[in-house]
Design a protein around this ligand. Structure first.
Ligand code: SF4
Length: 491
């Protein structure tokens, strides 16, 4: 689908909005002075003599031409925003009509819609005004507005805990027992990459030893540690313990609020690993079933069963873990609404302190990408219903939403939400999403995001993606970490 820009450059928002309606085809942005003959979207902005602008959107789809023109005087403070908003509004209305798709998030395209709530509150708007504004001006559904307000109420307290010198540490273990068919992370199945693990662990420890004195010299304060991947428990208990010990020995953990290890796949969890994690001071773990339906698990390429999930959870409790997260996914291949609802009920019955609900991400790079259109149309309503059911059940069972983000190319750009029992929030999740403070990421695929106290500028340092690259070019990995000191020391 061609998106024509005539007389303006509001590419980003218009393209993002159009993309939410076209999962089967790429939206291609072209700059030209007229509408084309075939199917396309045409957008135009022109100045008029009396300080007004004329904005126009026309769409031709399935042989039907829709057209709307708007004239107005732009807000002096932000004329660009005025034009962009009205173009997006006209485009949204036309695409909704043309496709029959009503988006629960309306015109909002951003990944962090909770930020809007903070912004509106800073401007003095109360909740009723925010509701009206989002509903009337952005077409956001009541259900999503409610979710946003509740999330903002919880999340704000966590954001306020972060201090100017705070930072969090991310440790990447990019190995998994097998590859799930919806996965687009950089992870290597153990079968293929097993031989790399010992050297990987040795070098990761060296990276820890190299970075710790740098952050100490800068006077930074470690707030949270998060082991992610991949599946951190895919490596042996001894290897995992060696990494945890290196963190203990090299970083000051006296201010630590949270220590999370994403155990992840139930088939990698053993009582030995769970006891070791507890003994070494890990405060929060994640056991991720994704679904409690064995047939769906098989279809998505996860080689574990629901029985193993329950067993892993019981073992974790036995080992003394009192803050357990479980990740679930709405929209998995072959999962029906009924089966999803059973999963939700079953997980609530198990009683983890945190439940994180993701919406399946259909990325062009994943194996499912080519079937995206068919998949999208079939699942559209079903996934919306899944999220509604989960939201209601979590509310009934006193699971509160505390962080929320939207991922591009998820169905309808729907949301991923962390729910928790009162006082059991996962802080790291909030800090990484909000980019509240620096996240220093170690290991293959780790992307450090540096933010100076009080600053808005983000500086990224990339580690090599794949374990073999990380190993082969490890000296460059270390050299790049010198950017941490340079970044903080620059005026
Ligand atoms: S467990 Fe996670 S990281 Fe590993 S293959 Fe599955 S989706 Fe990807």
């Amino acid at each position: 689908m061609n998106l024509i820009l005539d007389g303006h450059s509001y590419k980003y928002e218009l393209e993002s909005l159009a993309n939410m309606f076209f999962h089967d085809q790429k939206v291609r942005v072209v700059a030209q002075k007229e509408m084309c003959e075939g199917e396309c979207i045409y957008t135009r902005s022109a100045s008029l003599p009396d300080g007004k602008v004329e904005l126009q959107v026309a769409t031709r789809m399935d042989g039907i031409l829709r057209e709307e023109t708007f004239q107005g005087v732009p807000d002096e403070k932000d004329p660009e925003r005025f034009c962009e908003y009205h173009l997006c509004r006209m485009l949204y209305t036309q695409l909704t009509e043309a496709t029959g798709i009503l988006l629960a998030w309306g015109m909002l395209t951003g990944v962090r819609p909770v930020r809007l709530i903070y912004r509106y509150r800073e401007r003095g708007m109360d909740d009723a005004q925010i509701r009206e504004h989002l509903n009337r001006d952005y077409f956001v559904s009541d259900e999503k507005i409610d979710l946003l307000l509740r999330t903002a109420n919880k999340e704000k307290g966590i954001l306020d805990l972060s201090r100017p010198e705070s930072f969090s540490l991310y440790i990447s273990i990019p190995f998994c027992p097998s590859r799930c068919n919806y996965c687009s992370f950089v992870s290597h199945s153990i079968e293929r990459a097993k031989k790399l693990i010992p050297e990987y662990v040795t070098l990761l420890i060296r990276e820890i030893q190299y970075v710790a004195p740098i952050v100490k010299g800068l006077g930074l304060r470690l707030e949270t540690v998060y082991f992610g991947g991949g599946t951190p428990t895919a490596i042996s208990s001894d290897q995992l313990e060696a990494i945890i010990r290196a963190i203990e020995e090299n970083f000051d953990l006296s201010h630590l609020r949270e220590y999370t290890v994403e155990a992840g796949r139930p088939d990698t969890i053993t009582i030995q690993k769970l006891e070791m994690l507890k003994r070494r001071g890990v405060t929060r773990i994640s056991i991720n079933p994704q679904t409690m339906n064995d047939a769906v698990l098989e279809q998505i390429g996860r080689r574990h069963t629901t029985a193993q999930t329950i067993e892993a959870f019981e073992m974790a409790r036995k080992a003394g873990h009192q803050n357990i997260n479980m990740d679930l996914i709405a929209g998995l291949t072959g999962d029906s609404l009924e089966s999803f609802c059973r999963t939700i009920d079953q997980v609530i019955g198990i009683g983890p302190e945190n439940i994180t609900l993701h919406t399946l991400s259909v990325k062009r790079s994943s194996r499912l990408g080519q079937h995206a259109k068919e998949f999208y149309l079939q699942e559209h309503q079903r996934v919306t219903d899944m999220l509604s059911y989960a939201g209601q059940r979590f509310q009934q069972e006193a699971y509160l939403p505390y962080y929320l983000y939207r991922q591009k190319n998820t169905m309808e750009n729907l949301e991923n939400v962390g729910y928790c029992k009162e006082g059991m929030e996962g802080y790291y999740n909030v800090y990484i999403m909000d980019e509240t403070h620096s996240i220093i990421a170690l290991g293959a695929g780790g992307v450090s995001k540096l933010r100076k106290p009080g600053g808005t500028l983000l500086h990224r340092i990339f580690n090599y993606k794949y374990p073999y690259e990380y190993i082969e070019r490890f000296e460059t990995v270390l050299q790049r970490k010198n950017e941490i000191a340079r970044f903080y020391e620059e005026p």
